[in-house]
Design a protein around this ligand. Structure first.
Ligand SMILES: [Zn+2]
Ligand SMILES: [Zn+2]
Length: 320
C-alpha cells in the first residue's frame, strides 16, 4: 500500500490516514492514460515513491522555512506582471499555508547568463545552468525554495536542443520557461532576435493553465515528491508537451498525503482556496481562467467527498 505508515499511531494521524485511504478508494482519481510509447509513464511504471519512501527521504518536513520565492528572469512588465500575480495566487492556494513571494525581475545579462540563438527555432535561449548558479548564490535562508521563471527558451548545455526546466533539489532552486507554452513560439522569429524580444504580451487561458501546472509540479519536486505512477496527478512525469497537457492539475491522494505531511494544512481549507482561485475570487479578473473550469468542478466534488466523510468534525481543531 502506497499510503500506510504504521510507525505513527496517534489518533489524529489515524483519522488523516483513513481519509486518504478512502480518497484512494473513491472515484475522484483517474488512472494515468497512456497514449503512445514515448510517454514518460511507459518506461517508469515501477518507479514508485510510496508515502513511507518519501518520509524516509524528506528532511525539509522538519524545517522551519516557510516561504516559496518566485524569481522572474527577463521582462515581466505589463501583462507579465499580471501573469506573475496569477502564479503567486495559484501557488499560495496549492501550497496552502506557505507564503509565496515574487522577487523583483532581473535581466539575463545582469546575472551573467549566457545566451545563444537556437539554429532550429532561430530563437534566443538562456543557459539554464547559469540561472541555477545565480539562484544558488542568492537564495534566501528562509526560503523553502526559489524558482525562476522566464518567457525565454532554455538550454542546459551546448549539445542539447532545449529544456523546459532545470532544478537542483539539493539547493532547493529551479528554473523553467513558459516560452514553448505560448502560441507565438513556433511562428517566424523576428529578424533581429534578442532576449529583449521576450515579454508576456498576452495572458491566454492556455498559457496561464500550463504555467500554473508546471510551476506547482516543479515546486512539488522541491518538497521531495518524485514523479507519480499511481493516478493521473499533478506529479506525473512527462516527456513531451502533449503528455504534460494531459496531466491533472490536482494531486492524487498519495502525493497529497506527502504534501499534507510537509505543510500540515487542512485539506478542505486548501481545496476551498483553490476553488476560489478557479472562480476568480482571488484576483480581479476571470478572463484567462476558462481552462480552470473543469478543475474548479473537480475541486467542488473533492470538497463534497470530504464532507461526506465528516472530515471537518473528525479532524477538528488541532495545533498546526
Ligand atoms: Zn517533474
Ligand atoms: Zn500522485
Amino acid at each position: 500500500m502506497a499510503l500506510r505508515d504504521i510507525s505513527k499511531t496517534s489518533r489524529h494521524y489515524r483519522i488523516i490516514e483513513s481519509i486518504f485511504v478512502s480518497m484512494c478508494n473513491s472515484k475522484l482519481f483517474n488512472d494515468i492514460a497512456v497514449q503512445d510509447e514515448n510517454d514518460w509513464i511507459v518506461n517508469h511504471q515501477s518507479d514508485e515513491q510510496t508515502f513511507n519512501d518519501w518520509c524516509k527521504s524528506y528532511s525539509v518536513v522538519k524545517s522551519t522555512k516557510s516561504r516559496i520565492c518566485i524569481q522572474p528572469i527577463g521582462d515581466f512588465s505589463g501583462p507579465g506582471q499580471k501573469l506573475l500575480s496569477w502564479l503567486q495566487s495559484f501557488c499560495s492556494a496549492f501550497y496552502f499555508g506557505v507564503q509565496v513571494a515574487v522577487l523583483p525581475p532581473v535581466s539575463a545579462s545582469k546575472i551573467g547568463c549566457k545566451c545563444r540563438i537556437n539554429p532550429e527555432t532561430r530563437r534566443c535561449q538562456l543557459r539554464a545552468t547559469d540561472i541555477i548558479d545565480h539562484l544558488k548564490q542568492t537564495r534566501k535562508p528562509h526560503a523553502l525554495c526559489t524558482v525562476a521563471v522566464t518567457m525565454i527558451d532554455l538550454y542546459p548545455k551546448e549539445s542539447w536542443n532545449f529544456v523546459f526546466g532545470l532544478a537542483s533539489l539539493t539547493y532547493g532552486v529551479g528554473v523553467f520557461s513558459f516560452a514553448r507554452y505560448t502560441d507565438t513560439f513556433y511562428r517566424t522569429p523576428p529578424a533581429k532576435e534578442s532576449t529583449e524580444n521576450y515579454m508576456c504580451s498576452d495572458i491566454t487561458a492556455k498559457l496561464l493553465w500550463r504555467a500554473c501546472k508546471v510551476m506547482t509540479h516543479e515546486i512539488g519536486h522541491m518538497f521531495g515528491i518524485k514523479h507519480c505512477v499511481y493516478h493521473n496527478c499533478a506529479m506525473n512525469g512527462s516527456n513531451h508537451l502533449a503528455e504534460s497537457d494531459r496531466r491533472a492539475a490536482s494531486l492524487c491522494p498519495i502525493c497529497l498525503r506527502k504534501l499534507q505531511e510537509a505543510l500540515k494544512f487542512d485539506l478542505a481549507d486548501r481545496y476551498g482556496a483553490l476553488v476560489k482561485f478557479c472562480e476568480g475570487s482571488l484576483t480581479d479578473s476571470t478572463t484567462p481562467l476558462s481552462e480552470f473550469a473543469d478543475y474548479g468542478e473537480w475541486l467542488k466534488k473533492a470538497l463534497s467527498f470530504l464532507e461526506s466523510k465528516q472530515y471537518k468534525s473528525q479532524v477538528g481543531k488541532r495545533p498546526r
